[in-house]
Design a binder for this molecule. Structure first.
Ligand SMILES: C[S@@+](CC[C@H](N)C(=O)[O-])C[C@H]1O[C@@H](n2cnc3c(N)ncnc32)[C@H](O)[C@@H]1O
Length: 217
């Protein structure tokens, strides 16, 4: 069967253009708030998983975290390295896949994965979450987003695996597999975590995404 974790190839093109980077240059308010709260409570080591060009990795380093950032594309991490160097922020930047993290177990106090984990089928999502479970410390915080079944793209294109769609006519990364879930399915996927907050939020009209904050048990 063909690989389903290929969306980073499309993102690689996006990160190469100034226009593509522009929409992803400012950190999200809920990320800043959660990260700051974790830092204030003593969290120090952070991972930005699927960092893209690193808007959040840079913000985490500015808060004072010791930051690792990883992404499957080549151009995203390369851009982040340039930004971190010019700002004098000591971020460790990695090229790699979310399903095979190059970290020891139980090392991160805070792990962020914003609009990343759903790029694949249920097997890929499950593998990424098992890697996340492995690298987050007990008591550490996971903040992530997932695609909601309320999202306008749920059901568009070919269903190549349960709740996983590819739209050959899409102009964006939806030419690669995307996985969608409802609240019950998401809670089941987050085994090993205690959910503190779960909100379905519209990023743009009809673009619904789950926003999760959870604590590693
Ligand atoms: C929507 S962008 C979000 C970037 C960043 N998290 C942010 O909020 O600015 C999705 C990112 O996930 C990365 N990605 C997609 N699939 C991946 C995989 N299997 N492993 C690692 N990174 C992946 C893409 O390369 C892209 O940079």
């Amino acid at each position: 069967m063909a690989r389903t974790d290929t969306a980073h190839q499309k993102w690689d093109e996006t990160w190469r253009s100034a226009e593509g980077r522009l929409a992803w240059s400012r950190p999200e308010e809920d990320v800043l708030a959660c990260a700051q709260e974790c830092f204030d409570k003593g969290a120090r080591r952070a991972l930005d998983l699927g960092c893209g060009i690193g808007r959040h990795a840079l913000a985490l380093a500015e808060i004072g975290f010791d930051v690792d950032a990883l992404d499957g594309s080549e151009s995203g991490p390369a851009e982040l390295k340039r930004s971190a160097e010019s700002l004098g922020l000591p971020i460790r930047v990695h090229n790699g896949l979310m399903t095979d993290l190059p970290f020891e177990k139980s090392v991160f106090d805070y792990l962020l994965s914003f609009n990343v984990i759903y790029h694949g089928d249920p097997k890929i999502v499950g593998k990424a979450l098992s890697e996340i479970r492995r690298v987050v410390k007990s008591g550490g915080t996971l903040q992530l987003t997932m695609l909601s079944k309320r999202n306008v793209f749920f059901g568009k294109g070919e269903e190549i695996a349960p709740n996983t769609f590819v739209d050959p006519n899409a102009l964006d990364d939806k030419v690669h597999p995307h996985f969608y879930c409802n609240a019950a399915e998401l809670i089941a996927l987050l085994e090993g975590f205690e959910i503190r907050s779960l909100i379905d939020r519209e990023h743009k009209p009809a673009h619904w995404h789950w926003h999760v904050i959870a604590e590693r048990l």
